[in-house]
Structure formats: structure tokens, C-alpha cells
Write a protein that binds this ligand. Sequence first.
Ligand SMILES: [Cu+2]
Length: 121
Amino acid sequence: MKNKFMLSSMLLVSSITNGFTDRAVHAQAGPRQIEVTARRFAYAPGEIILKKGEPVVLLIKSADVAHGLRFRELNLDARIDKGGTTKLSFTPDKAGDFVGHCSVFCGSGHGEMTLTLHVVE
Ligand SMILES: [Cu+2]
């Protein structure tokens, strides 16, 4: 009687543990995804820390009009349609600070609309 109870609790514990392991494996698969919201005239967040050599996907969502995001030094340029979301996938291959600018004219503050990537070693 006592043994049967112990066995079933052990099975229960091991199935919970397996569930956690599965989830951890899934979380590690694929590149890191970061959500960014673009709205006149800023990106949120306005600064992102990335690791050199680590693949990343920026999910850039527009909360109002069409916007863009260009990092000249990283050879990246994205367009985000009005109310839409654009996936920008890349792997930073050099460390440093990179300032991205909005590349679709969106109004009076367009020139000051920036997102800074801090790529660390
Ligand atoms: Cu703009």
C-alpha cells in the first residue's frame, strides 16, 4: 500500500519534470525575438542590447502610420506598413553602437526617430 503510493508520486514528479524540460528546450530553439513598437516619432524600446554572433528577430509593429528602420552600417532596411508588423532577422557580426533611423517619411519628427542597438562581445 505504502509502496504503491510512493511509486505513483514518483511518476507524478517525473512527468512534471519532463514537462519543464520540454518547455526549456523549446524556449532555446530559434533566434531570440524582440518586439518593437514604432509610432510617431519614436521606437519602443529605443535601445536594445544584442550579443555579437547571436541571431535575433526584431518584430517591428507600427502603432500608427507606415515607418521604416534602417541601419546603414549593418546593411539593414525594413519597411513597416500602417498598422502592420515586419520581421527583421539578422545576426550582428560586429560589436558597437548602431543607430537606426526611420526610412519612411512619417511627419515632422521623422528625422529624430531612432533606435540604438548596443552590440556587445
Ligand atoms: Cu519616419
